[in-house]
Design a protein around this ligand. Structure first.
Ligand code: 13P
Length: 243
């Protein structure tokens, strides 16, 4: 049975108070009753965007509930501000902040403790793909980043090849299909058929209005994690419409 698609926007370090208009336009013109939508703005905007008609998520959280961690945000704080979900282990955080699989797993457990759905990101670098290491890389990230208590409600996996993020390059549909099938099989082996087939698998990396429809048709693709194109209501709306 096909899962309900999820189209999630990752605004990264973009967005000011003026960006609230993007969400207003989305709600006015671009929602699609056939799919779920999530907007993950910078933490400064979570409280301002929540309750405006589109579910809101964070882009990271700490693994502890509170404490002396200047500049960090607890999962409970995201939930308190109105977030329903949080992106974890994005390649930019793995690269910029040295996040390991172990840290991502701790953050995922923290998100669940706070009642947030975790969107855990995995993806190979270009060097790993060229070396034929794509599936081995994904296997290691999945095994290390996802705790045992995964369910279809609390977990979404986003496959984001690092070399496709913000570059305008995308894998072929066959390459996307191969990795998504591999992720589904890995989840099946670990969590059993029922849970594995309830967890949504998103593709992310240069998703645009022009390629969204064909990507959504790929088997085991249950939605998209959209960066740049989620900053413009019209582009994000066109991707939502394609889901
Ligand atoms: P782009 O859509 O800008 O390539 O970013 C993808 C991404 O990193 C979403 O998390």
């Amino acid at each position: 049975m096909a899962l309900r698609k999820l189209v999630a926007g990752n605004w990264k370090m973009h967005g000011r108070a003026s960006s609230l208009a993007v969400v207003e336009t989305l709600v006015d013109k671009h929602l699609n009753p056939a799919c779920d939508v999530l907007v993950c703005p910078p933490a400064t905007l979570i409280g301002r965007l929540s309750g405006r008609g589109v579910p809101v998520g964070g882009q990271d959280c700490h693994w502890e509930t509170l404490g002396a961690h200047t500049g960090d945000i607890a999962a409970e704080m995201l939930a308190d501000a109105g977030a329903e979900a949080v992106i974890l282990g994005h390649s930019e955080r793995r690269a910029d902040h040295g996040e390991t699989d172990e840290i991502v797993a701790m953050k995922t457990a923290a998100a669940w403790r706070a009642g947030l759905r975790a969107i855990v990101c995995v993806g190979e670098t270009e060097a790993e793909r060229d070396a034929g290491q794509t599936l081995a890389c994904i296997a290691a990230q999945l095994a290390g980043s996802v705790p045992e208590e995964a369910t279809g409600d609390n977990l979404v996996i986003a496959y984001e090849p690092v070399w496709a993020i913000g570059t305008g390059r995308t894998p072929t549909l066959a390459q996307i299909a191969e990795v998504h099938a591999f992720i589904r099989e890995s989840l099946e082996t670990r969590f059993g058929h029922g849970i594995a087939h309830a967890i949504r698998l998103l593709y992310g990396g240069s998703v645009k209005p022009g390629n969204a429809a064909e990507i959504f048709e790929v088997k085991n693709v249950d939605g998209a994690l959209v960066g740049g194109a989620s900053l413009k209501a019209e582009d994000f709306g066109a991707i939502i419409a394609a889901a």
